[in-house]
Design a protein around this ligand. Structure first.
Ligand code: SAH
Ligand code: SF4
Length: 342
């Protein structure tokens, strides 16, 4: 049995034609699966009973099990889903004025091992399938209830989205397809640690918004924090960003996690201003969010502000998110910090 939530439009079209049905049925099914979020095949009421029965011989609609929902005092809701193989992933719903953003995980764990990241420290299990990506949106809308719907998606949860390229690309396609979820491209943002070939492919194949976790201004420090920098050093990454096709007005978000004494000096902010010259970007400064066992410290607010001021004075758009700290449970705080301001 295949989950209909694993099917792209083209795959549905192929399946429909194999059943000897008219091509318009593909659009009808696609709408049921990704727009109306049908919980099962029987609720697809304008599909003939006979065709539904045949579909049920090969397909199901299957969701993920939500094990736990935690609400933080500022209204964010983190939920934990259990996948069929028992893997567990987290997603976070973040309410803001005028929008409801969902932070989606793209892998169970992450293989890239960034030193400041809780996911990176706990290792890699596997890539998420299209239906596991889709089900995070479906579960979020269920949690929100009838009167509210997710309006923005950020791929900034657990995992490196560009290391799960094929499923993530399909996900962005069903999200931005008007026949499916129907999110506009600028309401879907993918955050990468800097997988250069993936950035190039994404630029050619998708026009969702891009966020890049730079997190340091020298290769020495970046390699220490993010082992992927050995493979794709800062110069290569920035070259890929300079070559990125900016379809229309959009810019790249540069994420920079500030860690006390490591990458948060004024010399760093000045270097950053020089490095990013010529890249249409906004800079999102995220004070490091400590977690149990982490060996780094969050900088003082004053030094975060000073770091931001150098960049603003150099003409950059800068967002600074002061974490709410202890009142938010650590893991939720992690995901929130990743999302904030994107
Ligand atoms: N793998 C992707 C997306 C998930 S991580 C990436 O690295 O971009 C999303 C963001 O969370 C990244 O910008 C990362 O630098 C940030 N992040 C990870 N751990 C953090 C922590 N402990 N405190 C603050 N930000 C953190
Ligand atoms: Fe993976 Fe991103 Fe965490 Fe690095 S910061 S370990 S790339 S999830």
């Amino acid at each position: 049995m295949r989950n209909l939530r694993d099917m792209t439009y083209d795959e549905l079209l192929e399946a429909v034609q194999a059943f000897g049905e008219k091509p318009y049925r593909a659009e009808q099914l696609f709408g049921w699966v990704y727009k109306k979020l049908a919980p099962d095949i029987d609720s697809m009421t304008d599909v003939s009973k006979a065709f539904r029965e045949r579909l049920k011989g090969e397909f199901v609609v299957s969701g993920s099990k939500v094990l736990d929902i935690k609400r933080s005092p500022d209204g964010a809701q983190k939920f934990l889903s259990e996948l069929e193989d028992g893997s567990r992933i987290e997603s976070v719903i973040i309410p803001e004025t005028g929008r409801l953003t969902l932070c989606v995980s793209t892998q169970a764990g992450c293989a890239l091992g960034c030193r400041f990241c809780m996911t990176g420290k706990s290792g890699f299990t596997r890539n998420l399938t299209l239906s596991e990506l889709v089900n995070q949106v479906v579960s979020a809308n269920e949690i929100l209830g009838k009167d509210a719907r997710i309006t923005n998606i950020v791929l900034m949860g657990m995992g490196e989205p560009l290391n799960n390229y094929d499923n993530v690309l399909k996900f962005t396609q069903v999200l931005t397809d008007g026949r499916g979820f129907g999110f506009s491209h600028n309401r879907v943002t993918l955050s990468t640690s800097g997988v250069v070939p993936g950035i190039k492919r994404l630029g050619a194949e998708s026009n969702v918004s891009l966020a890049v976790s730079l997190n340091a201004t020298t290769d020495e420090v970046r390699t220490k924090l993010m082992p992927i920098n050995k493979k794709y050093p800062i110069a290569d990454l920035l070259e890929a960003l300079r070559a990125y096709p900016f379809k229309g007005k959009r810019h790249i978000t540069i994420e920079y996690v500030l860690i006390k004494g490591l990458n948060d000096t004024l010399a760093d902010s000045k270097r950053l201003a020089v490095l990013l010259r010529g890249i249409p970007c906004k800079i999102n400064l995220i004070p490091f969010n400590p977690f149990p066992g982490s060996q780094f410290e969050r900088p003082q607010n004053a030094s975060v502000m000073a770091f931001g001021k150098v960049l603003r004075d150099a003409g950059y758009m800068v967002m600074i998110r002061m974490s709410k700290g202890a009142e938010i449970e650590a893991a939720c705080g992690q995901l929130r910090a990743r999302y904030d301001g994107a």
